[in-house]
Design a protein around this ligand. Sequence first.
Ligand code: TYM
Length: 340
Amino acid sequence: MSEDYKGPNRVFSGVQPSGSLHLGNYLGALKKFAKLQHEHDCVFCIVDLHAITVPQDPKLLADQTREIAAAYLAAGVDPKKAIVYAQSSVRAHTELAWYFNCVARTGWLNRMTQFKDKAGKNAESASVGLYTYPVLQAADILAFKGTHVPVGEDQKQHLELSRDIAQKFNNDFDAPNFFPLPEPLIKGPGAKVMSLRDGTKKMSKSDPSDASRINLTDTPDQIAKKIRKAKTDTGAVPATVEEMEGRPDIANLIGIYAALSERSEVDIMTEHGGGQFGPFKAALAEVAVETLRPVTELMNRYLAAPDELDAILKKAGDDAAEIADPIVADVRRIIGFRGA
Ligand code: TYM
């Protein structure tokens, strides 16, 4: 954050309602959110506007949004402490995104690796929305003057872009320190959970292999089976950081174990180092099942009461708009629109 920014600290983050959530989303984002709400003002968004950058079934979108809301709450986010709302219910996002489209440079967007990954060889037929997606993400954060953004490692480049946009806006419109330069909160175990089938690829909802990820909706049997089948090598469980080097599949499992059990990787290696992968995986499966069971159960309980979820989202949408609308009104004045 700019050292001269005088506004209050505010945590902002978002999760897309597309496909089911996995262990990477839980460890890289949701679990951190629940901790942060005790220390900061927090605004957590279900980014349904981002979801429609690729086709979505209108009949399913509302359910998917409720599913993310349920996951936030099940992971421990308390709607009395933090704001949990749907992006599309707050108009400030789309309005500020347009202003930022005029601030961001095409050269900046051309460097975004996620667009290249997602659009693949079909960049010509990808939506314009998918291309400007990171600009909307900057608008999400800055519509709330978000100062701290807890995310997984894969969002680092988008956060750098948000900082560039904030800085260029402040400079171009001679509005020093109007927007903070948001700081990513990425550190800690779980910031980069990798595929169970390939430790060099991130765990992702778009991976065609369901065995590559643990979904928050998986049963204990499914979780145990996926961990049992997770890729390893013929060596033993490493006992030191040096022994783990160059073994991405193993490093991933140890990282997951550490993040789930809130212990250090060294601690895990001290306990299991030198042993076979069979017993190590059995211990990891037990930790994973026991940690995720209450989250999944709570999620299902919230999902069984969709009206309650809708009421929470509605009130939170109003609360979010109360923060964002005056900020975007200031932006309009700064840009020079009459009747702002
Ligand atoms: P999304 O929905 O893909 O992911 C939600 C969060 O989960 C994290 N994550 C991971 N963390 C560790 N290991 C993994 N394998 C893994 N996979 C996903 C993501 O880093 C993210 O924190 N563009 C964002 C959503 C967004 C947003 C924002 C985030 C929109 N506006 C503003 C922060 C601030 C996205 O698609 O996340």
